[in-house]
Every structure is written in structure tokens, then in C-alpha cells.
Design a protein around this ligand. Sequence first.
Ligand SMILES: [Fe+2]
Length: 382
Amino acid sequence: MNSITLLQPEKIVFGENMINELGNDAILEGSKRILFLVATPILKAVEAAVKSLQDKNKEVNLVEYKFVGEPTFAQFNQLLNEHQAFNPDCVIGVGGGSVLDCAKLLAALINSTQKLEDVVGIGFLKGRNIKLICVPTTSGTGSEVSPNAILLNEDTQAKSGIISPFLVPDACYLDPVLTVSLPPKLTAETGIDALSHCIEAYTNKFAHPLVDTYALKGIQLISENLLKAYKNGNDIEARSALLVGSMYGGLCLGPVNTSAVHALSYGLGGKFHIAHGLSNAILMPEVLRFNLSANPKRHAEIARALGITWNGSDENIAALGIEKIEALSEACGIPQKLSEIGITKEVLPELADIAMKVTRLLKNNPREVTRKDAINIYKKLL
Ligand SMILES: [Fe+2]
């Protein structure tokens, strides 16, 4: 068995309305100045937590996160500059993946000699001196437990990963109540993204028993509950299952990570600003069909976690699993073709060129993906 290191927050809190308990967290005991970065729709929901921190004589700088889409280097640096003077000893991020990624990077860089540009890539961050708590309000990125943060480099239009053990939060709060107001479209797209984290970890060339169980449980929880939450956002049991499933996906990201679905998705996000979950949702079935022959057994196990009970060859079971993912995605109103989101055949070579550069993920794919393979996968989706 390969060596592997699984990093995770020292505390993972799950429960309805647990955001209101945040102020009592022992992790915050020594903190005096707290930077609270909060997505606009959630501002009201953090009022009680802010008040309980203020009641404990902590200074809270409540910052509304207003950026739309993938945050750029310039936007992040603007946040950093604006709040440097506050000199927080703790950052709390409450929001979707972009908010959490910015909160993670703020905690790492706000009183550091390193600049953002110094730490892009794997393992360049030298440390983090202040506390960090993440509270997700979507069930998608798993950023609340992962060592990853993704920003958009506006000069190159490329999504850039900052990956470091110091970006794993000290604590995360999984409060499903915070996710009920997420609109159906975003619920669907972020949910399929979380599903893809679990699937890409399980079929990964470097898949590992240390996180395999998380991946399979994540697949089961998300596939059983995504449509329920899409149809009825107030279904708190479905929302809870998605949030836990998404966290399982996040736990897989550090030690194993994703592969070709995410790599082929890079250009769609960076160049064409297609939402991350949406591009992954469109690509995943076709990439799985491409990968299936490299490891039919693992693809069949995924199908079983998706609820396929049919007894047949691994290849056939796996194929049924892929059809089930397509059916789920379609039932959630997600377009199934790149052509439906404005992608034409003229841009496919460029998309493939961008994907080929994402070697940190492509190396994980169970089957080698050449530039020609990438173009063929895109073509099937026109
Ligand atoms: Fe993702």
C-alpha cells in the first residue's frame, strides 16, 4: 500500500443551527480580532454568531464578500490590502467555495511576508499564523476540509491552485440550515461537483483505502439526495446528506484529488467562465466512459454506490452507473452538451491545450489522456 497523509480540520461540527454555537468554540478562546468574511445572502444568518463573539469582548470585522464568479488574483489582493490593517488573529469564512478559498488565503497571507504570487502551486506556503474556521453554505467544493484554494489568474485566464497543508482550516461547521436558500440550479451544479470529487478520487490512479470509504459514502449520500434537495430546497434531511457527502469529497481532495474531469474543465472555467460544477457535470459521463476500460472493477463499485443492483459484468454495471449519473444530472435540469452552453468546435483545440497543462490532475487519471483524446471527449459533447 502507498504512503499517504490525510489532513483534516481538528474539529468538524455538524448540525442544524450549529452556526449559532460558533462563538463558544474553544478554538476562538485566545482570539481578540476576528475577520468574518461572509457571502451576502448569509449576512443575516451569522448575526447571532457575531453577537455572541462581541459579547465575549472580541472585535469582529464583518466583511461582506461581493465578488461574482471565480475570484481573481486582483480581487483577492484587494481584499488582503483592505483588511491588513485590522490585523486579525482569526479568519472565519462563511459562504460557497470562492468565499472559503479567499478566507483560507487571507488567513495564510494577511500577516505573512509571502505574497499571493509566491504561493501559487503545490507546497509553497510557509505557514499560517492565525486561526481559520470555514463554514460552507453550498454542498460542493469541500473547501472547508481541503488544503486547496482556487483563484483565477486574470492575465492568463487560467485557474490557479494554491495547495498547502496550511490551508486546511482548524475547524469547520457544517450547518445544513445555511444551505436551504441555495437556488435549485446552484444546488444541482455544486452537488454534481461534489459527486465528481468522490468519483474522481475513487477511480484515481492513486486511489487509496484511507479515503476510499469516504468516496463511496459521499457518492451514496449525494446520489440519493441531490434530486430531493433540487426539488425541495427545504428538505433538511436531503440538505444534511449533501453537506456531509460534499465534506467526504473534500476529504478525498487532499491526499488523492481529482483527475481528468476537472482537468478538462479548466479551460471551460478559466476561458469561458462556465460555472465549475456545470462544466464538470457535462464532462463527467463522457470522461468516465473513456476511463472505464482502465479499471472496470472500480467503476462498477461506483455504480453500486449509486444504487445499481444489477448483477452482470463489471463493464455493464459500470455503464449503468454512468447512465444513472446522466439521468440524475438531466433530472436536475443540467444541460448535457457543451453545445448547449455555447461551446463550438472551433474552440476545442484551445480547450484541449489548456487541459493538457493541468498535469497535476491529469497524472491522476486511470487512463492516459492525450490532446487528441481530450478533443475527442469534447467533440462527443457537441
Ligand atoms: Fe470540483
